[in-house]
Design a protein around this ligand. Structure first.
Ligand SMILES: [Zn+2]
Length: 224
């Protein structure tokens, strides 16, 4: 029996409404790491509002620009990265402190004594992560990713449930008995009929006896 932290990155975008609807229907908590520049008036702004309003969704900070997907350049200037996160905390209307954040393109952690820096490009995201931590942010990577190809799930729900079991039993998570799962909103667009894959994963994990928590719950979770 473990606690699973479902996390969905890069919204608000197509698929965000489906993620919110599935979590609500299944009564499973999940955290949406959103990108500030993706918030616009109309549809996307409404998705942000819906994510705040729903009892099963929580909004966290995934940068202002996503580094425009040019990560080595982005991480060369940690001050700009931190400034972008600060701006995005306002854009996303996140009032809870500490602010929970995830760096674009890097599996880097700064959560209490959990300190890990993605080795990519010589650990280039380390200074930005330290800057955010110094600013009071908690930075979360992930234990397991539901892989994506061309915006669609590249593994079945059953395969992901099996990987969750293996990760937990092999002690391959940052904190024993707790697993942070990374997915992306866009993977579950109803138009691709992939939304039911998320529904199935939630059913499978629940069948294994796990429960679901917001990423904010990770901080206080006792080890073991
Ligand atoms: Zn992302």
């Amino acid at each position: 029996m473990a606690t699973i932290y479902l996390t969905f990155d890069d919204g608000p975008l197509a698929g965000t409404d489906d993620v919110i609807a599935v979590l609500q229907a299944k009564r499973a908590k999940g955290t949406l790491f959103m990108v500030g520049d993706h918030v616009m008036p109309g549809f996307r702004g409404d998705l942000l509002t819906a994510a705040h309003a729903g009892p099963y969704t929580s909004v966290a900070n995934h940068s202002s620009t996503h580094g425009n997907r040019r990560y080595s350049e982005y991480y060369r200037n940690p001050t700009t990265v931190v400034a972008g996160f600060r701006r995005t905390t306002e854009t996303l209307g996140i009032s809870e402190r500490p602010v929970r954040a995830r760096l674009p393109g890097r599996n880097t952690w700064r959560v209490g004594n959990i300190v890990a820096t993605d080795p990519t490009n010589g650990g280039d995201s380390g200074p930005a992560a330290n800057g955010l931590a110094g600013d009071g942010y908690r930075v979360y990577g992930w234990d397991l990713e539901w892989p994506m190809e061309r915006g669609r799930p590249a593994a079945s729900a059953d395969q992901i449930a099996a990987r969750v079991r293996t990760s937990l039993s092999a002690g391959r998570t940052k904190k024993p008995g707790h697993l942070v799962l990374l997915a992306h909103d866009i993977m579950f667009r109803a138009s691709n009929q992939d939304r039911q894959k998320l529904e199935r994963l939630i059913d499978l994990l629940r069948g294994d006896g796990h429960d679901f928590a917001f990423i904010s719950g990770f901080d206080g979770a006792a080890a073991g």
